[in-house]
Design a protein around this ligand. Structure first.
Ligand code: DGL
Length: 269
């Protein structure tokens, strides 16, 4: 099997990265994908940088043992803290979600005020902020961690009064700061996009980092002549580090299709 036929590896702290895989499938419908969700150790968003880096290294190693041609770090928290280390350790192309999200936001903003929402660890890292400042130092950035958004999305509470009041609570400072663009800096947030839009108003441009990342992966594979040139049905494999009895329900929400076969990852360590 040549490198073009090798699968893309997608890594996330849990099931949230399925939103990024969904975007990848849409943009790259002929690429096979191996998904790895570290469900035994999720969430990463509350962990220290050193732990996030260690978990990320181990997870990417697992994918590389399965001969993936590139790795997409779907997890914002991991992208924010571990990407430089991962790129140093491994030779395959590794794409995170921060740079694509930051680039899309800089392109979208008219008034040069961008909001970022993410896990505590992502916000603390200032990775989005630095990426934006690097692209355009004139852009002002406001960040807000939203710890309750992950459980809301996983519980399927993406609309309704309770969901709206939680979003109101976290978005107060964003509303005050007159942003015109908001980065959904977490794998789970696209599921809350409609309600976030309702609370913040139609004029706010929402950026789904996962979607931008999928477009960047396409560009990268094309540039490296690594796109699959077969037009046959791709294969998708799913690995988790702990059984999750809700995977089927969650996969239908996050991936848009029900995944019936999930394999328990056996670490080669
Ligand atoms: N996947 C994580 C992210 O995108 C959210 C869940 C977690 O905290 O691990 O930041």
């Amino acid at each position: 099997m040549g490198v073009k036929d090798s699968p893309i590896g997608v890594f996330d702290s849990g099931i949230g990265g399925l939103t990024v895989m969904r975007a990848l499938i849409k943009v790259l419908p002929y690429e096979s994908i191996i998904y790895f969700g570290d469900t035994a150790r999720v969430p990463y968003g509350t962990k220290s940088p050193a732990t996030i880096v260690r978990f990320s290294l181990e997870s990417v190693e697992f994918l590389l043992e399965r001969d993936v041609k590139c790795v997409v770090v779907a997890c914002n928290t991991s992208s924010a803290h571990a990407l430089p280390v991962l790129r140093k350790y491994f030779k395959v192309p590794i794409i995170g979600v921060i740079q694509p999200g930051a680039m899309a936001a800089v392109k979208a903003t008219k008034n040069k005020r961008v909001g970022i929402i993410g896990t505590q660890a992502t916000v603390r890292s200032k990775a989005y902020e630095e990426a934006i400042k690097h692209l355009d130092p004139a852009v002002r950035v406001v960040s807000q961690s939203c710890p309750l958004f992950v459980p809301l999305a996983e519980e399927g509470m993406t609309r309704g009064k309770e969901c709206e009041s939680i979003i109101q609570h976290y978005c107060k400072s964003l509303k005050r700061s007159a942003i015109d663009t908001l980065i959904l800096g977490c794998t789970h947030y696209p599921l809350l996009a409609a309600t976030i839009q309702k609370i913040l108003g139609r004029s706010i441009h929402l950026i789904d980092s996962g979607r931008q990342t999928a477009v960047d992966v396409q560009g990268l594979l094309m540039g490296m002549d690594m796109l699959c040139d077969k037009r046959s049905k791709p294969s998708y494999r799913f690995y988790v580090t702990d059984e999750n009895e809700h995977f089927q329900t969650l996969s239908s929400r996050f991936l848009g299709r029900v995944v019936n076969k999930v394999e328990l990852a056996k670490w080669n360590r």
